[in-house]
Design a protein around this ligand. Structure first.
Ligand SMILES: Nc1ncnc2c1ncn2[C@@H]1O[C@H](COP(=O)(O)OP(=O)(O)OP(=O)(O)O)[C@@H](O)[C@H]1O
Length: 275
C-alpha cells in the first residue's frame, strides 16, 4: 500500500521552506505524506503550508515553540481535524477520501500516545489495556487477552503494575502504560504528543529510551512532537522545526544545532546549557 518515494517530498518541501541539507537514502518508503497542509481556526491560521514525509522505520521529531500547531498537525494526521487545504496520506490512504469506517480501520494501524496518557481512572491497568483489544479487535476471550496485555506491559517494563489503578501510578508510569495501551494494537506508525511533558529529567530520559526501544522491537515509524530538546536529541533521526505554521528548518540534531540562526540557537543552546 505504501509508495516508494525517493527524496521528492523532502526536495519539494525544501523548495518552499529553505530547509537544510538532509536527504534520505534512496528507495526508502514514505509511510506518511503531508502536502501543502493548511488549517485555520476562524482568522487564526495555525498551519500555513506544511509538506513532509515520514519514512519507514524513522523517528521524525517535530520541534517548535508552544502554540505553533504541532498538536493540530497530529490531529490532522489521524483525521480528528480536517485540513482546509492540502492532503494527508497515511499508509497509502488519503484521509479525506475515507469513510468513517475506513478511517477507524486506518486508526488501528496508527498508535496515538496522548499528552495526558488518557487512561481510564475507573479501570485497573489490565482493564485499560484490554479495552482497545475488546473495542477495536473484538477480542473477549481471556486466554487471548492475557498474553497480549502481559506482552505490552513487559515491553514498557511495568509487568508488576498490572492490577494497580492509574491513580496509584507516577506520571512516568502512567505515560508508559499509555504507550503500552497504544502498542497493544501493534501499530505500524506511532504518534507521540509531547511524550516528556511534565516529567522530571530522569523519567524523561527513560521515556526517550522507551521510544527508541519501541521502534527497535515493534519496527514502528514514529512522529514525536515536542519542545523538549533533550527528547529530540535522543530520539530523532531527523528533526523538522515548525514555526508560524511552516516547516522552518529540517535536518539531523547535529546539523540543526550547528545552524547559524538565532531562533534555532535559542533552542539548541538551551540544551547545551542544561545538559
Ligand atoms: N479546535 C480548535 N479550535 C480553535 N483553536 C484551536 C483548536 N485547536 C488548536 N487551536 C489553536 O491552535 C494553536 C496551536 O495549537 P497546538 O495545540 O497545535 O499548539 P502546539 O504547538 O501543540 O503547542 P504546545 O507545545 O503548547 O502543546 C493554538 O493557538 C490553539 O489555541
Amino acid at each position: 500500500m505504501t509508495r516508494v518515494v525517493k527524496d521528492v517530498a523532502v526536495k519539494d518541501q525544501r523548495k518552499h521552506t529553505g530547509a537544510s541539507a538532509f536527504l534520505p537514502p534512496d528507495d526508502l518508503k514514505c509511510v506518511l505524506h503531508i502536502e501543502h497542509l493548511r488549517k485555520a481556526f476562524e482568522e487564526r491560521v495555525v498551519l500555513q503550508d506544511v509538506t513532509l514525509c515520514l519514512f519507514q522505520g524513522e523517528n521524525l521529531v517535530i520541534l517548535g515553540r508552544s502554540g505553533t500547531g504541532k498538536s493540530v498537525l497530529l490531529k490532522c494526521i489521524i483525521g480528528l481535524i480536517m485540513p482546509d487545504e492540502g492532503t494527508v496520506e497515511v499508509l497509502g490512504r488519503r484521509i479525506d477520501t475515507l469513510s468513517s469506517r475506513e478511517l477507524m480501520e486506518l486508526r488501528r494501524r496508527v498508535g496515538f500516545s496522548f499528552q495526558g496518557s488518557a487512561l481510564y481512572d475507573s479501570m485497573t491497568v489490565r482493564e485499560n489495556l484490554e479495552f482497545p483489544l475488546r473495542r477495536n479487535l473484538g477480542i473477549d476471550d481471556p486466554r487471548e487477552l492475557k498474553p497480549r496485555v502481559e506482552e505490552a506491559l513487559e515491553a514498557v517494563g511495568l509487568s508488576h503494575a498490572i492490577d494497580q489503578q492509574p491513580s496509584e501510578l507516577s506520571g512516568g508510569m502512567r505515560k508508559r502504560i499509555g504507550i503500552a495501551r497504544t502498542l497493544i494494537l501493534r501499530p505500524e506508525i506511532m504518534l507521540y504528543d509531547e511524550p516528556t511533558a511534565g516529567l522530571d529529567p530522569e523519567t524523561s530520559t527513560d521515556i526517550n529510551d522507551l521510544i527508541n526501544e519501541v521502534r527497535k522491537v515493534y519496527h514502528t515509524s514514529s512522529i514525536i512532537i515536542t519542545h523538549d530538546i533533550a527528547c529530540a536529541k535522543t530520539t530523532a533521526d531527523r528533526i523538522i522545526f515548525l514555526k508560524d505554521g511552516l516547516c522552518y528548518n529540517e535536518g539531523s540534531f547535529a546539523q540543526m544545532s550547528r545552524e547559524d540562526d538565532p531562533l534555532l540557537q535559542t533552542f539548541f543552546n538551551y540544551f547545551k546549557v542544561s545538559s
